[in-house]
Design a protein around this ligand. Structure first.
Ligand SMILES: *Cc1c(COP(=O)(O)O)cnc(C)c1O
Length: 380
């Protein structure tokens, strides 16, 4: 039976024929990297999308955050508060600039950083907060910026998963301090690999340009100087062409994802949580872009998630993911003094969260197939 079911991944990019043709044009043009027309056009469209704020593109949604911290002058001796439930990049960038990561536990309902715990973690050395909008669900943005203002902190929003998410009708990225997006292949809008940083001022954008290309400033015909230590983080025109193609469909993709999420809730039914002991996500139809659809499994011991993922794969040919394991329990963070028991909600959810299939090309029938499989595996 299993062998006949088509494989369903948990995520898959959709690149349309127009986009493929545009990439072909770039390849034929001879101008493959930055400085060409596609990067400039992509940055222009992104800036318009984010209400005219300065935007620069990069080759990942990791270096975007590292560069934001550098622009803010954050380094050794400074503390930056973030969540343990994110891709490890979010905490790694704090270490990359020589600052000290400070974790605040998550709210078990939203699975995002608990803003009460952020306030409690602030010390005289705190310089910034990096909130993560897990699965595309923003935190309480009013509260976040009230805390930042009160304590004079910078904010680097890890909005890697939140392209197209909104807060009170405004797009995430269209307001706030630094806002970082990723265009990695699983994200709602992809360039294969890539990212962008939304900033506040033209001066920050100039610094961002330096940090992304060896600190170089060019002038005149052959003028060149280097006055900051930058890296090699530029986006290619090939990637930007993919991004331009994706910009055309992003609003339709976001709407389709919301429809799929709605169908997940309807198909699981109101009794799902009581029936199985599993926990569904918050029904955030006014804010989320539904980047991921995650459930928290009922705890059946140390192999709970591995057993669940294996059964879905072997018996139903459905792939799942987990986003994420708690960062503070990784060896490199344990070596810095973190240990079990420090952030209990993150540790529980880091062990029991599972990501169900959700991507642009999915259908409502796919959703029904996943729900049927989840119900069957949890009933065992
Ligand atoms: C994808 C992602 C990143 C990193 O983005 P890359 O483009 O892979 O560097 C960071 N944080 C979160 C929450 C992400 O989902």
């Amino acid at each position: 039976m299993t062998a006949t079911l088509p494989f369903l991944p948990f995520s898959k990019p959709t690149i349309d024929e127009d986009t493929i043709a545009m990439v072909g044009d770039v390849l034929r043009s001879g101008w493959l990297t930055n400085g060409g027309p596609k990067v400039a056009e992509f940055e222009k469209q992104l800036s318009a999308y984010f209400g005219g704020r300065p935007v620069r593109t990069f080759n990942s949604g990791t270096c975007t955050m590292e560069i934001a911290l550098r622009i803010a002058g954050i380094g050794p001796g400074d503390e930056v508060i973030t969540t343990p439930i994110s891709w490890v990049a979010t905490a790694n960038v704090i270490l990359e600039v020589g600052a000290t990561p400070v974790f605040a536990d998550i709210d078990p309902v939203t699975r995002n950083i608990d803003l009460d715990k952020v306030e409690a973690a602030i010390t005289p050395r705190t310089r910034a907060i990096i909130p993560v909008y897990l699965a595309g669900l923003p935190v309480d943005m009013d509260r976040l910026y009230a805390i930042a203002k009160k304590h004079n902190l910078r904010v680097v929003e890890d909005a890697a998963q939140a392209f197209g998410s909104t807060w009170k009708g405004q797009r995430i990225g269209a307001f706030g301090d630094f806002v970082s997006f990723s265009f990695q292949v699983n994200k709602n809008l992809t360039t294969g690999e890539g990212g962008c940083l939304v900033m506040n001022t033209p001066e920050e954008a100039v610094l961002a340009e330096k940090y992304r290309l060896q600190g170089v400033t060019r002038s005149g015909v052959d003028g060149i100087d280097v006055d900051v230590l930058g890296g090699k983080y530029n986006m290619t025109d090939i990637a930007a062409a993919i991004g331009l193609g994706q910009m055309k469909t992003i609003d339709a993709v976001t709407a389709h994802r919301a429809e799929l999420a709605r169908h997940y809730f309807d198909t699981f039914g109101a009794d799902f949580e009581a029936r199985t002991g599993a926990q569904l996500p918050v029904q955030a139809f006014d804010t989320s872009n539904w980047h991921l659809f995650q459930i928290i499994l009922p705890d059946r011991g140390p192999n709970t998630r591995a057993d669940f993922m294996t059964a879905l794969k072997n018996e139903h040919n459905i792939a799942t993911g987990f986003h994420y394991a708690a960062i503070h329990l990784f060896t490199m963070y344990r070596e810095r003094g973190f240990h079990e028991g420090m952030f209990p909600e993150s540790e529980r959810i880091g062990r029991l969260t599972v990501t169900l299939p959700m991507f642009a090309a999915m259908t409502k029938a796919d959703v029904e197939r996943v729900v049927g499989a989840v119900n069957a595996v949890l009933a065992k």
